[in-house]
Write a new protein. Structure first.
Length: 186
């Protein structure tokens, strides 16, 4: 069985990128980067859209699904032997996981907004990091519907509940909260 976990850091206004669709340096914090990197080092599959990536030393070694509309269903990534391209309109998540050779463990969903939204009903845990001193007006929301609704409201509406919270950068007040589905554990 595959556990589904989401990972994102957002600004005070719920944005994961600025108006130019780029994650600015103001949203990058050493404590959050350590947390994120450590988490991805223990997962079995990384799932993201074509514009999302983690850009870490271990990134090339991670098995991944890259969502794209440029193929009909599932195909090997031509430039990465550890990656499988997946069009959700042409194949199920389970079929894509089978093609990637992953049927148990943890799948980490790392974005973007539409990818995060696809899994709202399936997350066991969603790790929401927040940087309350950063504002990105006109930026890209963590989920479709942000900023009209907060990421927290969207997670709660999908059946997740805020559980433990950790401080990742005390000076900048950056925290991460585990939003868990009832019955799910770490």
């Amino acid at each position: 069985m595959l556990r589904i976990e989401g990972y994102v850091i957002v600004s005070a206004d719920g944005m994961l990128a600025n108006a130019a669709h780029v994650m600015p340096n103001t949203l990058k914090f050493e404590g959050d980067l350590r947390f994120f990197s450590s988490a991805l080092d223990r997962v079995d599959l990384v799932v993201h859209g074509r514009d999302s990536f983690e850009d870490q030393p271990n990134s090339p070694h991670r098995t991944r699904l890259i969502l794209t509309r440029s193929i009909a269903s599932i195909a090997p990534a031509p430039d990465n032997p550890k990656a499988t391209l997946w069009n959700p309109a042409g194949a199920s998540f389970e079929n894509a996981c089978d093609a990637a050779g992953v049927d148990k463990g943890i799948a980490a969903i790392i974005g973007g907004p539409r990818v995060f939204a696809m899994f709202l009903g399936r997350y066991d845990t969603f790790w929401l990091s927040q940087a309350p001193r950063v504002h990105l007006p006109g930026g890209v929301g963590a989920f479709p519907g942000v900023p009209e609704r907060s990421p927290e409201a969207i997670l709660q509406a999908s059946g997740l509940h805020a559980a433990e919270q950790r401080t990742l950068d005390a000076q900048q007040q950056v925290t991460v909260t585990a939003w868990r589905r009832p019955g799910a554990s770490d």
